[in-house]
Design a protein. Sequence first.
Length: 132
Amino acid sequence: MDMKLELIAVPVSDVDRAKAFYEKVGFNADHDSTVSDEIRFVQLTPPGSASSICIGKGLTDLKPGSIDMILLVVDDAEAVGKELRERGIDASEVEELQWGKFVYFSDPDGNKWSLQELPKRPPGFTPETSAN
């Protein structure tokens, strides 16, 4: 049985401000529909991702800024962090941990994002061999 993560709702207080922010980060605005006075659905996809986020009005009961972490995997944390800062995003410097290099940023409501560069693995590495 396959289960593919497709969409995560990110609660925001101002849809237009959040949409502009995520586009500045580099997300593609795939869809923006106002269904009624109570419902607006905006779908945004990070570059290279098969999964998207949605922001809007009337989509979730979560409070704006309540997402504590969404993690995106990147090839080069240093380069991505530098590019985000050049775009005016308040992205952290790289934090290097045993399980990867990380850059952090938050959207205007305080929803937290982590960008992870996975550690380089030796040739032939598999999760099964790492347990031994």
